[in-house]
Design a protein. Structure first.
Ligand SMILES: C[S@@+](CC[C@H](N)C(=O)[O-])C[C@H]1O[C@@H](n2cnc3c(N)ncnc32)[C@H](O)[C@@H]1O
Length: 238
């Protein structure tokens, strides 16, 4: 992992146009904008991408292949250097907690979408349910055997099948979560619940509780990352 200074245009050095997967030793490159400690990044790596993360704050536990500290809406490199772009703009503008805190947060989704569309690269924008995404695919922990339901929506510039959504049959704990978890319940990952629930609930074992509470399970981005690779492979073959 490289912690690069802001505005270091290193990412342009080795990147090129979309590469075919078959027979190529060079992995496809993904950019993870607003990466935090890398829940989305981990799944993209598992799908087969080399991943560069961008966050405005330093991320000492970021799990990706390279890291650039910068404003994701003004990235210090050419977006067309990447084969696929993932973006997880902050969700506070759409979160139900907004009603409690009564704070106003900027909605960065329209600006993010405009930037990604201008790049011409396949992209995914991830956010909470209630965010104004276009025709999103909703994923749920129940689709991946996780012990949290944690719905998240994904706007994709390419086709992603909606997996079957299993019924929620497990009880979900929102208080005294450690005790209830040990008793076999699912738990809700909100606030700084602690890192103990990471492996079983999120498939994450490298984050603090705070990082975990803002992450998506890597299983979600692995699922979408695989669809992105299929799309890129077919586009190259066509
Ligand atoms: C919801 S978290 C992303 C979590 C990540 N997708 C995961 O799965 O672990 C949003 C991140 O956006 C970052 N952020 C907020 N505004 C930013 C900006 N303008 N440029 C880059 N990062 C920003 C925050 O520091 C935070 O780490």
């Amino acid at each position: 992992m490289t912690i690069a200074a802001p505005l270091t245009p290193w990412a342009c050095e080795t990147a090129g146009p979309v590469r075919p997967m078959t027979g190529s030793a060079v992995p496809l490159r993904a950019l993870d904008l607003f990466c935090k400690a890398g829940g989305a990044t981990k799944g993209l790596q598992r799908a087969g991408f080399h991943v560069t993360g961008v966050d405005i704050e330093r991320q000492p536990r970021y799990c990706g292949d390279a890291f650039v500290q910068a404003d994701a809406l003004n990235p210090p490199f050419d977006l067309t250097s990447f084969d696929f772009i993932w973006a997880s703009p902050p969700c506070q503008a759409h979160s139900p907690l907004k009603a409690v805190t009564k704070k106003e947060y900027p909605d960065l989704i329209p600006q993010t979408r405009a930037m990604l569309q201008a790049s011409g690269r396949p992209y995914t924008i991830e956010n909470v349910v209630g965010a104004r995404l276009r025709d999103p695919v909703r994923l749920c922990g129940g689709m991946f055997g996780l012990r949290t339901y944690r719905h998240r929506d994904f706007e994709n510039s390419f086709l992603v099948w909606r997996p079957e959504h299993p019924r929620h049959t497990a009880l979900t704990s929102t208080k005294k979560r450690k005790r209830d978890f040990e008793a076999g319940m699912h738990i809700s990952i909100t606030g700084d619940v602690g890192s103990w629930c990471g492996p079983a609930c999120m498939g994450i074992d490298w984050m603090t509780g705070d990082e975990l509470s803002q992450a998506i399970p890597p299983a979600y981005s692995e699922y979408i990352g695989r669809a992105a690779i299929d799309y890129i492979r077919h586009r190259v073959a066509a």
